[in-house]
Design a protein around this ligand. Structure first.
Ligand code: DX5
Ligand code: ZN
Length: 224
């Protein structure tokens, strides 16, 4: 099943409620919420109060991507603020990854684990039984609007193959960074089924067209 998750990072923060209502209306499956702490990544975005406010006015599935050096203390906060899925980075608090992933599920959310371009895929694969989603970053995390790096597709293939080997047909394989109608086809062919897109949705005038053309490209190229 193809899921398109527009990234709020590229939305108009001055008209956030309107902009996220518009992507829902345009056919978004999920809403990708990028949380940047200015420590793990050299950028800041928004915090839990904004997620809570968005939750009040929108019932999309909130896919919260924590780019934060200390995610352990944030799980309860974001779960309470309305996250449906929380993804942490394997590079952060790596001695506590198992504990944090268990905590995410215990708080009633789906659990995701992300990895940045320089991190080997094996770091993530060892946690597969604890995961609902693996997020393969296709750019270095921290900034919207970067160029997709096709050399990272081999990681998507590795996750797909390992999930298949373990009989994990339910595992969601997400890609994030530089996704557009051309690159989504490559990521889908490699085995991804959940696609984050910031600028390729919010920078367009017609959100519906942006989402439907990406969905069509992903479906046409989906890995068998
Ligand atoms: C980057 C964020 C992405 C970003 C994607 O660190 O995790 O979610 O918003 O933006 P685009 O689709 O413009 O590359
Ligand atoms: Zn993201």
């Amino acid at each position: 099943m193809v899921r398109i998750s527009p990234s709020v990072l590229s939305a108009d923060f001055a008209y956030l409620a309107d902009d996220i209502a518009a992507v829902k209306e345009a056919g978004a499956d999920w809403l990708h919420v990028d949380i940047m702490d200015g420590v793990y990544v050299p950028n800041q975005s928004m915090g839990a109060p904004v997620v809570k406010a968005m939750r009040r006015v929108n019932d999309l599935f909130f896919d919260v991507h924590l780019m934060c050096a200390k995610p352990s203390w944030l799980i309860e906060l974001y779960a309470k603020s309305g996250a449906d899925l929380i993804t942490i980075h394997v590079e952060t608090e790596s001695d506590k990854t198992e504990e944090i992933l268990k905590d995410i599920r215990a708080k009633g959310c789906k659990a995701g684990l992300a990895l940045d371009p320089d991190t080997p895929i094996e770091e993530v694969l060892k946690y597969l039984p604890l995961l609902d989603l693996v997020l393969v970053m296709t750019v270095k995390s921290g900034l919207g609007g970067q160029k997709f790096r096709p050399e990272l597709l081999s990681k998507v293939e590795a996750v797909y193959e390992e999930a298949k080997r373990q009989g994990r047909n339910d595992l969601i394989i997400q890609v994030d960074g530089g996704i557009n109608p051309e690159t989504i086809a490559l990521a889908s062919a490699a085995g991804a089924d959940c696609f984050v897109a910031g600028s390729a949705v919010f920078d367009k005038d017609d959100y519906k067209l942006a989402i439907s053309s990406m969905r069509a490209a992903a479906e046409q190229n989906a890995r068998a």
